[in-house]
Design a protein around this ligand. Structure first.
Ligand code: NAD
Length: 394
């Protein structure tokens, strides 16, 4: 029996695993948590919208067949010569490997940033952000230092803007809980480029900026973070900002295990793959999600999004099974369905296909993308369970 090993249970890894599970193709999936989490919804978990563990699903519950095996372990090295993935708790040999290890924060070498900022990376860090902000409100009640009530979010890409949207809707609740005036709290978003949300049209950026500003956020573009110290953000050409909470959403890069294992990688550490999502360095290795360097027909690298990771996972499930049985492989054809950014609990901006959407319609469309994903991952049962828990239609 050929051994298929999948490392990483993000969007690409889970779709590869559930695809193989469906056709009873034997495989082992190794992941550091026993659950899969919804990365695209981490801002909701961090911003007090729902109980954080609701944004997870136990991996074992998603795998039904006796041919599917799950092991909880953290992979620390890929030994390509021996065809073994080395974990903290054991070694996992493979004949066919699927690498879907996701991303790590990109700090661009900015001094102090990694040490003194929080990141929205997984459920643990979402909980950390949520608790940290609550603890700052408590600290303010004790010592009256207004610095505790300033929150800086570095970066105005989709992650930064969705998080700011969530925070501006959560802060009024916290103010009531702690008996603090809303105007005493400041949320500053700091972006190096001239605009927020480069992914959407200038008109929608304007809508997003207006929505967030009206809800009390301060958006600072053309402002580059150059250094961070404990509780202090230094920006180019302006005074430093003292803040009780500093969150970095300024960029991502692929998990370092790929470059460490000698795969051909791009400047963000993603491993180059061929048209079938096989590594260009090893045709027994498939790479998916944020760890894959895939180019579109014009040779432009695809962005690291959940939408594409999900599509890659489906394709890899088919291709790795075909490879095992000596059948022809399928070319990966990405289909970009649009981009949606939530701006808090009800509204959003984005585009569906070529059509721009904003306000409640965009908010609803965003909720619909959740349902679509639950259906793809776990069918009716998961959709019924999670829709009740974390889909908001009001
Ligand atoms: P990003 O790289 O897209 O955005 C980071 C932002 O931080 C950029 O605008 C950048 O100019 C800014 N920045 C970088 N260095 C800075 C500095 N020193 N000072 C101030 N600003 C600085 O990162 P992201 O938002 O985490 O997104 C990562 C990927 O995930 C993207 O491909 C994105 O499309 C995807 N994503 C999609 C969704 C969605 O579809 N709703 C949500 C989140 C993330």
């Amino acid at each position: 029996m050929a051994d298929i090993l999948i490392v990483g249970a993000g969007y690409a890894g889970m779709m590869a695993a559930t695809g193989l599970d469906r056709i009873s193709e034997p495989f082992t999936l190794v992941n550091n948590h026993e659950y899969h989490y919804f990365t695209t919804l981490l801002h909701e978990a961090a911003g007090g919208r729902g109980e954080p563990m609701k944004y997870t699903v136990p991996i074992r519950n998603m795998l039904r067949k006796p041919t599917s095996r799950f092991v909880q372990d953290e992979i620390v090295r890929l030994d390509r010569a021996r065809r073994v993935a080395v974990g903290k708790a054991g070694e996992y040999p493979y004949e066919w490997l699927v690498v879907a290890l996701g991303w790590v924060p990109e700090y661009f070498g900015i001094p102090g940033l990694a040490e003194h900022s929080l990141v929205l990376r997984n459920i643990d860090t979402a909980i950390q952000i949520r608790r940290h902000i609550e603890s700052q409100f408590e600290a303010y009640k004790n010592d009256g230092d207004s610095t505790h009530l300033r929150i800086v979010v570095g970066g105005a890409g989709l992650t930064g803007i969705e998080l700011v949207g969530e925070l501006v809707d959560w802060i009024p609740e916290l103010c009531v809980r702690y008996g603090i005036d809303r105007t005493a709290v400041e949320i500053q978003n700091i972006e190096a480029m001239p605009t927020i949300l480069p992914q959407v049209s200038p008109e929608l950026r304007e809508v997003a900026a207006r929505t967030l500003t009206e809800k009390g956020a301060r958006l600072r573009t053309n402002t580059k973070i150059v250094k961070v110290e404990a509780g202090e953000v230094h920006v180019e050409g302006d005074d430093p900002v003292r803040a009780g909470t500093i969150i970095w959403t300024g960029g991502v890069r692929a998990h370092p295990l790929l470059s460490e294992a000698g795969f051909t990688v791009d400047r963000r550490g993603r491993a180059k793959v061929d048209a079938y999502l096989r590594s260009v360095d090893d045709d027994h290795v498939f790479v998916g999600g944020d760890t894959a360097w895939v180019e579109d027909e014009q040779g432009k690298p695809l962005p690291p999004t959940a939408q594409l990771a999900t599509q890659m996972g489906h394709c890899i499930a088919e291709n790795v099974s075909s490879a095992v049985h000596g059948h022809p492989l399928k070319v990966f054809r990405p289909s970009l369905k649009g981009t949606l950014a939530s701006l808090g609990r009800e509204v959003g901006v984005g585009n569906i296909g070529r059509f721009p959407v904003k306000g409640f319609l965009a908010g609803l469309a965003k909720e619909a993308t959740k349902v679509k994903y639950f259906w793809e991952l776990g069918g009716l049962r998961l959709t019924a369970e999670k829709t009740g828990e974390i889909v908001h239609l009001t």
